[in-house]
Design a protein around this ligand. Sequence first.
Ligand code: HEC
Length: 227
Amino acid sequence: MVREGFARPGRCRDRHGQCGAGAGLTKGPMLARPETPREPGAIMRPAIVLALLIAGATPAPAQAPPPYTPGPLNITMPADWATRFLNYSSIDNEQRKIVRRFYVNPEALAAATPGAPLPSGTMIVMADHRARLDAQGNPLRDLRGRFMYEPTPFLLSVQEKRDGWGEGYPADIRNGNWEYARFNPDLSRQAGMDTAGSMRPCFTCHLGVRPQQDFAFDFWDYVNRPR
Ligand code: HEC
């Protein structure tokens, strides 16, 4: 396994892929939004006009955000993540013939401090790409010996932390303020990954391996790298 950065012994990195491994690109059908039919020259009925006037006169009560409930639905992928997030690490996985590329939102990178818990609002994206293979099925390598890979990832695994998150998870599961989620390359949620229970393996493994590193791996190591 070749990795940018430096080696960290005693990690269960090969096992990571087992949960949800092989999940392919499942592009959902694009649903066309139907055009709202409009009657040309329709005249508003007085009742509607009155309702609109009342609505305009009384300010709508401020919508309180829905209370936090544990689960992956708290995480949504920003549409511009691929161009905005920063790639701090990547791994060639020889066994699985994939390249894992790791990204974080720039705000979190700017706010992260060595030795301290990662900042609230940290969003880490781990993008799995298939390696490009030669005629014998071996990964093609670039000049530096790193795998060449398909430009589009086939799986996005995400962890995000926010103040107030994590409440409600039992102690043997809770990863501080972190939530986990999995997405397809088109940013739709991966099938079956929509309940807190479905993300349980993520919590268990990260809690077991990296409790002293704020439940993160390469991003923690990047922030705390020797300089
Ligand atoms: C069996 C252990 C294990 C399981 C289960 C697991 N992970 Fe991981 N995770 C790892 C390891 C090890 C790494 C470091 C990257 C590597 O070596 O592949 C990692 C890295 C990550 C990272 C990047 C972290 C960083 O700091 O760069 C994210 C995001 C992530 N995992 C999300 C998830 C999600 C989402 C799930 C569940 C769907 C999950 N993981 C399940 C072990 C696991």
